[in-house]
Every structure is written in C-alpha cells, then in structure tokens.
Design a protein around this ligand. Structure first.
Ligand code: C5P
Length: 489
C-alpha cells in the first residue's frame, strides 16, 4: 500500500487539506483518509472542487457550537460528547449567587444534559422555585418528606439517578454539613446517600471562606474526593467587600462538569507530548515593598495549561504571582520575576510545545533597594532607572532546543495585526495569538477574550469566547497541527 507523509506535502496542498478538513468539521487525518480511500466518493468529488478560495479568516472552527444567545463555544476534541443525555442533579444552596444557577441550568441543557434541581430552604429566599423549575423543565425538589404522589422520588433515587451532583452555590453551612456528614434536609441527605461524583462551587464572604473552620472543611471534603471549582477572587455583593469567595462563573462550572463527565478512557491526542506554558504577570522588585507589575490575572494561561493536560500532554506551567489555584493537570512552578520565569522555562526544556502566555514585565529596576525608599521632602519624585528584562519567547525562538511548536501571545491596544505579524517574525514563533487589551474590552483580568491566530499562512479571527473556550480551541488547533506533522496513511 502506498504511503504518504502529510508533513512532506507542499505548503499549498497542506493548506488546502487544512481548509477542507475545517469546512467539513473533520480532522486532517480523517479528511485525508476519506480522500485517499475513496470512501463516499460522491461527497468527496463535490467537496473537493472548491470554486472559490477560502480566506484564512473564514475557517470554520474544527469543533464549535453556537448557543441560543449566539455565543460561540469551542468544544474540546476530548469531551465534545460529554454532556449528551447526562443527568445532573443540581443542589442550589442559599446565597446571593443562587441567581447564576438559572444561567448554569440553561447552558447545561443547551449541551444536551438534563438538570434536576434540588433547592435548600435558604436558596428559595434568593431565587424562586418557579423560575428554577421553568428553566430546568423539571420539578424543584426541596422537601425530604415529600408525599406528593406524582413526584414520589426519595433521596436515594434522586442521588442514584444522576450521573453527577453539582452543588452551586455551596455555602459555608452546606460545606460544613457535608464535611460532618449531617443529613437533616433533602440536600444534605442526597449528598450523604450518593455514590456519584460531586462537584461543588463555593460562594461566600471572603472572611467566611478564609475562616479556619471552612478551610478545615475544605480539606476534609477534598480528601473525601469532592471536586471543587472556585471560588474566584473579586467584588462581593455586599458593597465594599472584595476577596476570594465569588462563585465561579456558570461557564467555568460547565467546563468543570464537562471534564468530570469525560470517561477516564477518553482519547488523549497529545499523549507523549511535553508542553511548557507561562502564565500571569511578573513582579519586578523596586524595594522590599514596591514592585513593577501589570493587570494580568493568569486566567488564559492557566486555562490553556489545564486544557493541554486534559488532552494528554505532560504540562509544565511556570506561573507568575496569581490568585488562581494550580491547574489539576499540570506541574506548576511559581516564580515572581522575569528572570526567574526564564530560568524555570530553560530548566523545563526540551519540549514539543511552548506557549508563552505570561505578561512578562518588559523592564525591571536596575537596582533593588534593601530598605524601603524614602520620600525626601521638597525634592519631588525620585526617578527609577530601568533595564530591559530577558525576552523569554524570543530566547526560545532562537534556542538550540527550540520547541517544534512555539506560540506567543500579543497583547496590544492598537494596530493589533501589524504588531502581531512583526512579533511572529522577530521572535521566530510559529503562531501568535493576538488580543486587544484596551481597557474598554475588559480582557485583562476578565473572563472573555477575542483573539486572532496569526501564522505564516494567514490570520484567523476567532469570535468572542470565554477564556476556557479559547484554551479548548487552541488545543484543538495544536492537536490538528500534530496530526499534520505525523500522519502517515
Ligand atoms: O514583546 P511583547 O511583550 O509584546 O510579546 C508578547 C509575547 O512575548 C508573549 O507571548 C509573552 O509571553 C512573551 N514575552 C516573553 N518575555 C518577555 C516579554 C514578552 O516571553 N520579556
């Protein structure tokens, strides 16, 4: 049988195959097999005659889904079928974040899951059972001793009939009950009776979250195998309060659920590949109390590290100072400065993939004062002498051990494409993911991102997506890239 290596095809043929595969929603490998094997010859011959060239900006994403509100989400090649016909028991606790459950239910149902809601008594003070029931298209269960004939479903059946139990928002009280094994209402009894995976999304005041009792309960629940998503840092409903304690956003919870629903034997298309990711800002010290920093939250880099790990890659995440938990599927190294980040990246080489997402400070102070610098009365501000930091991405681009796929990010506030293209060349990267970080876009620190992928063959504009979806789609592109590199038919 004849054998061809896609890597050896000329650029134009590779590009045509890539476009064709994207158009048909198939991987390049599947597309090539169909073409070469002559399977479904009608479809092959009609699809192959392209009467007009497809511009690189109009690629259909390989795996995408449009939701009812027109938002596009990327579906991981690993968990695209995770939600279909899955039964999720959603326990809604009593907190202001309960209102977000309406959106959570809608998004889960859009993906094909059924959602059966259980509400605690306190939850009903924040959102009405009528709204929850209407969105879930099911009765709301709230009474441990419900004698209603039509819906005579006991706590055992409720917990056993689900594929997964989600508690959102999980209050400090609910967490305490779970940790102690209380079973004095329907929610806590269902949680005691279940043999299914449980995911909880805590939401509470930062002081309650950091209280030693809650932290003890957290540890107990983690060692009992309970999965957590969040809490996030940010503003609280109470005015003037901020810190760690906001419930994770509905889409973050959806992603966490998707991953829990993926069976252990799900395909791992990046198995055997090693990836280095940088994420977050760097802090460049001026004196013991001051430093140069930026507003990067690390959300995008961490999401990419997690998504790569889920796809089977061995992931080394080098993170600057962020308020995020370490991703589950990556080995994380924490650094403060650009030089520490560079040294951690160097140590992690060799790698197949490197994605430099961190917003590395371009400059650092020439000197780091041992004592806090003093304001000198009448002298005005003292000037700070700066020197350039090492460019980690550029260093990798010209390194003897250059990873075979090198991806940089370009955060710009003006002339995005022009600067990103120049960066691709200057840093010798394979792809640049460019995003507009003008303050009005809310990208820095926010949950959404609108990016363009710039490669030597063109520019692809991606729709506005959640950062976790940008991560999934980038990982899909990486999987396709390696399929092209290695496919032999
Ligand atoms: O030159 P600029 O900072 O705009 O380039 C952005 C890209 O380069 C990002 O991928 C970032 O992680 C990387 N970078 C780096 N080291 C630096 C500056 C930027 O790795 N010192």
């Amino acid at each position: 049988m004849a054998s061809i290596t896609i890597r050896n095809l000329d650029e134009a043929a590779k590009q045509a195959l890539r476009e064709r595969a994207a158009q048909n929603g198939r991987s390049m490998e599947e597309e090539a097999r169909l073409l070469l094997g002559g399977i479904n010859s009608d479809q092959t011959s009609t699809n192959y005659q392209r009467d007009k060239p497809i511009s690189p900006t109009s690629y259909a994403p390989l795996n995408r889904m449009n939701t009812s509100d027109g938002e596009t989400i990327a579906i991981s090649k690993v968990n695209s079928k995770a939600f279909a016909s899955k039964r999720i028991l959603l326990i809604i606790g009593g907190g202001i974040a309960a209102y977000k459950c309406l959106d959570l239910i809608r998004r889960l149902r859009e993906r094909g899951a059924t959602v059966r809601p259980v509400m605690t008594k306190a939850a009903q003070e924040f959102v009405t059972p009528l709204s929850v029931s209407a969105i879930a298209n099911d009765k709301v269960f709230s009474d441990l001793f419900d004698r209603d004939d039509e819906h005579d479903i006991g706590h055992i059946r409720l917990s056993r009939e689900a594929d997964l139990i989600v508690v959102a928002p999980a209050t400090a009280d609910l967490m305490a009950k779970m940790a102690q094994g209380h079973a004095n209402d329907l929610a806590s009894t269902v949680l005691m009776a279940t043999d299914k995976p449980v995911l909880i999304a805590p939401a509470m005041n930062p002081a309650m979250w950091s209280h030693p009792a809650t932290q003890r309960n957290l540890q107990t629940l983690q060692s009992d195998g309970i999965q957590f998503i969040g809490p996030n840092a940010g503003e609280m409903a109470e005015s003037g309060e901020a810190g760690l304690g906001r419930m994770a956003e509905p889409m973050e919870i959806v992603h966490a659920i998707g991953h829990l629903l993926v069976p252990d034997d799900a395909p791992k298309p990046l198995a055997g590949k090693r990836a280095i990711i940088t994420s977050g800002p760097t802090h460049e010290p001026i004196d013991p109390v001051r430093y140069i920093a930026n507003r990067s939250s690390g959300k995008q880099g961490h999401a990419i590290a997690e998504a790569l790990g889920r796809a089977g890659a061995e992931v080394i995440l080098v993170s600057g100072p962020v308020e995020l938990p370490d991703p589950q599927h990556a080995e994380t190294f924490h650094v403060q400065t650009a030089r520490e980040m560079q040294s951690a990246v160097e140590k992690a080489l060799p790698a197949d993939i490197a994605i430099m997402v961190a917003a590395v400070a371009d400059w650092r102070s020439v000197t780091e004062a041992d004592e806090k610098m003093k304001k000198e009365n009448g002298k005005g501000p003292s000037s700070l002498k700066l020197t350039e930091n090492p460019d980690i991405l550029k260093g990798l681009g010209h390194h003897a051990k250059r990873p075979s796929l090198l991806i940089g990010f370009a955060a710009e506030t003006q002339e995005l494409e022009k600067h990103a293209k120049a960066k691709l060349k200057r840093k010798n990267a394979d792809w640049i993911i460019a995003n507009d970080v003008s303050p009005e876009g809310g990208v820095m620190g926010g949950d959404k991102n609108t990016v363009k992928r710039i490669t030597s063959s063109g520019i692809e504009s991606w729709p506005k997506m959640n950062k976790a979806d940008v991560a999934e789609r980038l990982v899909n592109e990486i999987i396709s890239h390696f399929e092209v590199e290695t496919l032999e038919v």
